[in-house]
Design a protein around this ligand. Structure first.
Ligand code: EAX
Length: 326
């Protein structure tokens, strides 16, 4: 008798707890990126998180890992595939190693300016690239933006490729970039982003290249004297998750995540615009010597041979199609 009533009580309590639990169930979404929380990645990610929290009535909540605190971009993409991280806001730096179709967009001097790049990625070709990810255990929620990359170093002002020649520069783990930079005479040293500040500080490398928003947020002015506005390559970014993660969401929640990513992209690009407008003066005020009148044609010319190689690898027509995209 006693036994029976205990059992009864236990099952009622369990049922009650279960229903309370499911009413309040909150799923934590782990999301990471390499730059600081103050960066354009931080701005975009915060908008994403606010949107999913608001539009799922807090059934989903972000746990954000900025500063490469859970790894560099390659490691975070692997973690997303494995399911130990839910989402990464990453540049395309290492992405071509996972989804080869993306490599073509990393060719130096492919995009003229922000309008060109943004309209390409928002257009049918850019959107079609996003469909290549599921086959590789990834889902691309949206393109977003890192920005046009510029060179910094501790040795000298770079105006033309000869000035860059011989410098040991940290690059992303991206062969398309490295092939181009070799043509400038640079000695490329691929390295994950979380190691870059230390490597610059210790003189393991002379320089690095990144967009203004990254240079700012990473305080590279503390360890680099010279900034040249080479704009030698556009660096796209992506919100990546996995098919496994998406399958756990209802159709309505999937829509919320896609819409949140779109809003995040708008905010992230806006922060890039602001940093482009104000950041260079800030870096000068921080003591950097800035070269604005870079010899663009000489840098482009230095890539003639590399472009022949790119043409063989990606198809000269495909490259031209992107360059001519309107
Ligand atoms: O994605 O690794 C890099 O240089 C990237 O530009 C940076 O982490 C932002």
């Amino acid at each position: 008798m006693k036994f029976k009533s205990t059992t009864c009580f236990t099952s009622v309590a369990a049922a009650l707890l279960f229903s309370l639990g499911s009413a309040n169930a909150q799923t934590i979404v782990k999301i990471g990126y390499t730059p600081a929380a103050t960066s354009h990645y931080g701005v975009g990610t915060n908008v994403f998180c606010e949107e999913i929290e608001k539009n799922t009535q807090n059934r989903y909540k972000c746990q954000v890992f900025p500063n490469g605190s859970v790894g560099g971009e390659r490691e975070m993409i692997e973690a997303v595939q494995l399911g130990t991280l839910d989402i990464v806001n990453t540049s395309t730096g290492p992405v071509g190693n996972f989804v080869p179709e993306v490599k073509i967009v990393d060719i130096p001097f492919l995009f003229r300016d922000y309008d060109h790049a943004r309209s390409y990625f928002d257009g049918p070709e850019g959107q079609a690239l996003l469909t290549k990810f599921p086959a590789k255990g990834l889902v691309a929620l949206t393109w977003t933006e890192n920005g046009f990359r510029h060179m910094t170093n501790s040795k000298r002002s770079i105006v033309k490729p000869e000035d860059a020649s011989g410098l040991k520069m940290r690059t992303m783990e991206n062969k398309v970039h490295m092939d181009g930079y070799k043509a400038f005479g640079i000695r490329p040293t691929p390295m994950a982003f979380p190691e870059v500040f230390g490597a610059l500080q210790q003189g393991i490398v002379d320089g690095q290249e990144n967009p203004i928003p990254v240079i700012l947020a990473s305080k590279f002015s503390q360890v680099q004297k010279y900034l040249s506005l080479t704009g030698h390559v556009y660096s796209p970014a992506l919100f990546l998750t996995s098919p496994r993660f998406m399958k756990k969401l209802s159709d309505a929640d999937q829509k919320v995540f896609y819409e949140a990513a779109k809003k995040a992209n708008i905010a992230q690009r806006k922060k890039v615009n602001e940093d482009e407008a104000n950041g260079i003066a800030q870096l000068e005020a921080d003591g950097m010597i800035v070269v604005r009148d870079v010899d663009g044609p000489a840098f482009r010319k230095a890539l003639d041979q590399a472009y022949i190689q790119y043409g063989k690898e990606f198809g000269a027509d495909n490259i031209k199609k992107i360059q001519d995209y309107k």
